[in-house]
Design a protein around this ligand. Structure first.
Ligand code: NDP
Length: 276
């Protein structure tokens, strides 16, 4: 299975579909990432918060896949925001991952109450200038947070990784990203396996195209131009979720899925969340 790549605003290529490992215990992460690599995933999304970077690193080390065929993302957590703490967090993550150069480093949340994301971003700019990371980006940033980085710093974020699924299509943010050359990456792309998978709009499209509801939703993301990182610890689902490159949806399908928007979030509100 070959996953197409999208090009970031600095020319770096990112596989459009990757593998998320949030809530996978470190002891199970190596097996999950091993299954993903065997199924053809080459892009892995972890974070300091997930406490499973070591498991990701172990799976990468044992796989023996050439480093330049892999794309690895990790994130700096709220309690490590600020210039020096962000650099230290990055170095500790790299130690756990067993990597010298990272593909993508993200600020996990803007945590506006802490008011440290501009300093954190300056640390990211240094890591980027020093060649330690191939691209830098953010996560859960709202337009005002992005605008502040655009106004006060030098490097435009390559990506904003945000909660995005049919209930929360994030049209306003996606338009902002498109205007500024920032790619949209969808977290909880399957709304964490919730009721959207049994919604009649999705199941009826799935029936017509002969695919599963999860595959229809992932296809919807890909056709919108999102980078997408579904998580599963179930080998059959890991394989199912990457098998989405040989069918397409119609404009009527897109219109019907657009009608599922409720604005419901699974995660916290980025304007107020600042847990350490
Ligand atoms: P997802 O939308 O990827 O859903 C994962 C859930 O759906 C799991 O319970 C999984 O079950 C189930 N599932 C997966 N595939 C299928 C399928 N084909 N059919 C039915 N059920 C399925 O949720 P996540 O929240 O994990 O988001 C994905 C990734 O995004 C995370 O792992 C993480 O990397 C990232 N993320 C980033 C955040 C941020 O703040 N930046 C926040 C949250 C997530 P099972 O595993 O049991 O198979």
């Amino acid at each position: 299975m070959t996953v197409p790549a999208l090009t970031l605003n600095n020319g770096v290529q990112i596989p459009q579909l990757g593998f998320g490992v949030f809530l996978v215990p470190d002891t199970e992460t190596q097996a999950a990432v091993r299954a993903a690599l065997q199924a053809g995933y080459r892009h892995i999304d972890t974070a300091k918060l997930y406490q499973n970077e070591a498991g990701v690193g172990a799976a990468i080390a044992e796989a023996g896949i050439p480093r330049d065929e892999l794309f690895v993302t990790t994130k700096v957590w709220n309690s490590e925001q600020g210039f020096d703490p962000a650099i230290a967090s990055f170095e500790a993550s790299m130690e756990r991952l067993g990597l010298d150069v990272l593909d993508l480093l993200l600020i996990h949340w803007p945590a506006p109450d802490l008011d440290r994301y501009v300093d954190t971003w300056r640390a990211f700019e240094k890591l980027y200038a020093d060649g330690r990371v191939r691209a830098i980006g953010v996560s859960n940033f709202q337009p005002a947070h992005l605008q502040r980085l655009l106004d006060e710093t030098d490097v435009v974020p390559a990506i904003n990784q945000i909660e995005l699924h049919p209930l929360l299509p994030q049209n306003e943010l996606r338009a902002f990203h498109a205007e500024h050359g920032i790619l949209t990456e969808a977290w909880s792309p399957l709304a964490r396996g919730g009721s959207v998978l049994t919604d009649p709009v999705i199941t009826s499209i799935a029936g017509r195209v002969g695919r599963t509801p999860a595959q229809v939703i992932l296809r919807w993301h890909l056709e919108l131009g999102n980078v997408v990182i579904p998580k599963s610890v179930t080998p059959a689902r890991i394989a199912e979720n990457i098998d989405v490159f040989d069918f397409s949806l119609t404009s009527d399908d897109h219109q019907a899925i657009a009608g599922l928007e409720t604005g419901e979030r699974i995660g916290p509100d980025p304007d107020t969340f600042s847990r350490g």
